[in-house]
Design a binder for this molecule. Sequence first.
Ligand SMILES: Cc1cc2nc3c(=O)[nH]c(=O)nc-3n(C[C@H](O)[C@H](O)[C@H](O)COP(=O)(O)O)c2cc1C
Length: 292
Amino acid sequence: MTDMFQVNKVKIIYFSGTGNTAMVAEEFEREFIRRAIPVVMSEISAGNFPSVDDDDLLILMFPVHAFNAPEIVYEWIETINAHDPISAVVISVSAGGSTKPNMACRLSSIRGLERKNCHVYYEEMLVMPSNLVVQTPVGLAIRMLEILPSKVRGIVDDILSGTQLRTDPPLPACILSRTGELEKRGAKLFGKKIRVKNNCKGCGWCERNCPSNNIIMSNGKPLFNGTCLLCLKCFYGCPEKALEPGILKFFVLKDGYDLKSLKKRMEGDKPEPVEELAKGYLWKGVRDYLSE
Ligand SMILES: Cc1cc2nc3c(=O)[nH]c(=O)nc-3n(C[C@H](O)[C@H](O)[C@H](O)COP(=O)(O)O)c2cc1C
């Protein structure tokens, strides 16, 4: 702990595909405001690469994509231009928790920040429902939303007291997280192959909301380029559910992903024991997170 540590203003810079990281960022914003610390929130997208001031405490947040950060986070890091050192915190938001494969998910982004004169003194993982391949059982997803405020409170306590928390991920996790290059190429191909079903009404929601400008409306139908990040926002957000993957169909959750309706279900929900809801190795990281 450092005695002299003082935070005057916070800049939360985040990327979010399907809303989980945005929800986490909003919870942090609430918590800092509660403590009378000014916060500026900025979402990274292809059209918005926010700047950071030397006197900001930078908090970078992103969803874990293939044991790493999404590509656009690295593109944003490249734009940082800091003359004086910037204090920084990195928060990743995963579906699986701090399991062995996820352990190095912040490593490359932290190194990138350090190359840009940012001093990362704290890193942490938060867990939110899965938006890829395997749906998080509703009861568990609700537990994740319920526990979020107290997790954030604890992290903000640490951040403001200058607690140093850096992990030293094991080699296999580091190697796994470096498969990012494959994921990047796979994402681009995945994006090019998205199919439009007949029920598409040409409303342009997907074009307006794609964070990587991968979608352009042409003659009332979306066309897909090669800049997809595989964030899945367009599939789950399309008002007609008119998009389907051309490849890797199992990536997209059959029943979709809708954080707003999950939030509604929190009200009146009767808690079931986490051990009942999160059985087996797949949910080990979630079990640990919820039981800590
Ligand atoms: C392409 C892709 C890859 C993912 N890879 C991982 C992963 O390696 N580990 C993990 O725990 N969750 C993974 N997830 C799940 C997300 O990290 C998780 O659901 C996150 O909360 C989504 O945040 P968002 O709604 O802000 O995009 C992945 C999701 C996507 C779309």
